[in-house]
Write a protein that binds this ligand. Sequence first.
Ligand code: ADP
Length: 274
Amino acid sequence: NPADTNPAENGPALVNPPVDGSELIRFDKVTKRFGDNTVLDRLDFSVDSGKHVTLIGPSGSGKTTILRLLMTLAEPDEGTIRVGGEYLTHEERGGKLVRAGEKHVREVRKNIGMVFQQFNLFPNMKVLRNITEAPVTVLGLSRDEAEQRARDLLELVGLTEHLDKYPTQLSGGQQQRVAIARALAMRPQVLLLDEVTSALDPELVAGVLDVLRDIARTTDITMLCVTHEMNFARDISDQVLMFDSGRVIESGPPEKIFSEPEQERTREFLSAVL
Ligand code: ADP
C-alpha cells in the first residue's frame, strides 16, 4: 500500500514510475563528431532501471557528451538512443524510423533530469521557486502540490531553512543541493549527474556527495554519473564504465574495476586519479 510507505525512509515518492529492472537507456552504435574529432565511436551501452552507473575515464573521452545527448543538448551523427523503449530523437511511423517532432522529444525528455557542473539555477528566483517552476509549467502541478514536493525535497537535501533565499545568498554546495532537488522535483526516471562537485570548493564537496549517497541508497532512481570522485563512484555504483577515446574499454562492478582492472589503460588512469 503506497500510503504506508515513508518517503523519508525509502524515498519511493521521489521516483516515478517505480522501477522494474528493465532496460531504461540504450545507446546503439552512437557516433558523435565535432568536425574531424570523433568523440563517440559507434558506442553501445545500456542502463537498466534502478541501477547506478558511473562513467569514468580521462578528460575528453566523451563522457559529458553522452549526458548531453541524453538531454538532447546535442544530437548523434549516427546511431540511436532509446529511453524507456522510446527513441529520443526519432519515432516509428508506418514501420519506419523518422525524425521525431518536438512534442515527442519533450515527452521522452520528461523522464530525464540533469544536474550540471555549474548548478545553473535561475538567479532571479528564490530557492523554492527554482524547484517549483518546472513542475508547475511543464507538468501542470498546482502551486500547492509543487510547493509540497519542493519542501519534501529541500528536507532531503538539508536546506529547509533556505527556501526563501536567492541562489547568490547560498554557498556553491548549497546551490548544487538545490539543483539536485530541482531535478528530482520533476520525478524523472533517471538522474544524470555531470561532474557535479568539480566547480565546488573542496570543503563543500562532501556535503553534496553525502546527499547523493543518500538518494542512491534510499530511492531506486536510476543514476548515470560522470565523476572524478572515485570513492563516491565506488560507494554508489552498481556498474562502472571506463571510457577512452569515445569507447567503453572496460566495465563491471566497482570492486572489479577499482581493484582488479583488466586493461592497462584503466590501471594508468586509476593510478593517476586515486
Ligand atoms: P569528457 O566529459 O570525457 O571530458 P567531453 O564529452 O566533454 O569529454 O568531450 C569529448 C571531446 O569532444 C573533447 O575533445 C571536446 O573537446 C569535444 N567537444 C565537446 N563538446 C564540443 C563542442 N560543443 N564543440 C566542439 N568540440 C566539443
